[in-house]
Ligand binder design. Structure first.
Ligand code: SAM
Length: 284
């Protein structure tokens, strides 16, 4: 057993444009003992581009559990290993979770080398609130399951996003249009960082029209971002006067004190006052 401590580096690689890789990622890919890759042929192209010759091992979803155990043994012997996926950040809708989980449980360092991620790139150019967002990965393959999912998301007040493939983008937007309000704003981010990068921000109805009428809008890789629903109206159970009292108190003191005082002054229920206070503070 070597005295050197093993390390697993989780390395982000480009999502299209080969220049989107950090110096640190390239250094790491050069220096590790081997690179565990989702598709070794795919990553070989990237390595060749940067003149990196290093040992590659396959770690794809079909051999993940088995490969993870053998990589753990190598790490326990003091080796340094880099994990990469075909594109972007490993584990984000990509293999790697069983390996990272196993390695961390064994007390071995897992070091992220950050970089490209289609989700984050799309969100960064969407111009939608990101103080909170929900990522849904890939959606279900059947239309009925997607429609059920959209029913569950229709009132979601934060921005949400998902990944979609070219052969499903039209059907997915059709399902979305059957459930969500047609005026709901969405962003379609297509072929990010590549030659035909297109980012459109339109109401759902217009997005559906463009994707059904323009063949190019159905080609490539997609991130779809959906604006959150407008906030639900402030609780109707409070009279305008009670609402005014609560707002005045919130302007002057902490939420806890404002709610306690409002209970005393208005006689309204604490739970309703508290929920309303939360909405008023989030809306401010
Ligand atoms: N781990 C990757 C990441 O960090 O973005 C995502 C891998 S997932 C298997 C592949 C999906 O990501 C594609 O089907 C597409 O939805 C999205 N994607 C990847 N590259 C993209 C790009 N250049 N433009 C738009 N979407 C992309």
């Amino acid at each position: 057993m070597s005295n050197k401590e093993g390390k697993l580096y989780v390395v982000a690689t480009p999502i299209g444009n080969l220049a989107d890789i950090s110096f640190r990622a390239l250094e790491t890919l050069k220096q590790v003992d081997c690179i565990a890759a989702e598709d070794t042929r795919h990553v070989r192209m990237l390595l060749q581009h940067y003149g990196i010759t290093n040992k590659l091992l396959a770690l794809h979803q079909h051999n993940e559990e088995h490969a993870a155990k053998s990589l753990l043994t190598q790490l326990q012997q003091g080796q340094e290993i880099a994990l990469v996926s075909d594109a972007g950040t490993p584990l984000v809708s990509d293999p790697g979770m069983p390996l990272v989980k196993l390695v961390k449980a064994a007390g071995i360092s897992v070091i992220p080398i950050p970089g490209a991620c289609a989700l984050i790139a799309a969100l960064s150019a969407a111009g939608m609130p990101l103080n909170r967002f929900e990522f849904e990965g890939f959606l279900a393959r059947t239309s009925s399951a997607r429609r059920t999912f959209f029913q569950q998301k229709v009132d979601c007040e934060s921005t949400w996003a998902f990944y979609e493939a070219s052969h499903r983008i039209l059907a997915t937007l059709e399902d979305m249009a059957a459930i969500l309000p047609l005026e709901r704003e969405i962003v379609i981010a297509r072929e990010l960082t590549k030659l035909h990068e297109t980012i459109i921000k339109t109401p759902l109805q217009e997005a559906l029209r463009r994707v059904s009428e323009e063949e190019n809008m159905r080609k490539g890789e997609f991130v779809v971002i959906v604006a959150g629903a407008p906030p639900a109206p402030i609780n109707q159970d409070l009279s305008p006067e009670h609402l005014r009292v609560l707002q005045l108190l919130l302007n002057e003191c902490s939420m806890k004190t404002a709610v306690s005082l409002a209970v005393e002054i208005t006689g309204a229920r604490k739970k309703i006052l508290y929920q309303t206070a939360l909405k008023l503070t989030n809306a401010a």
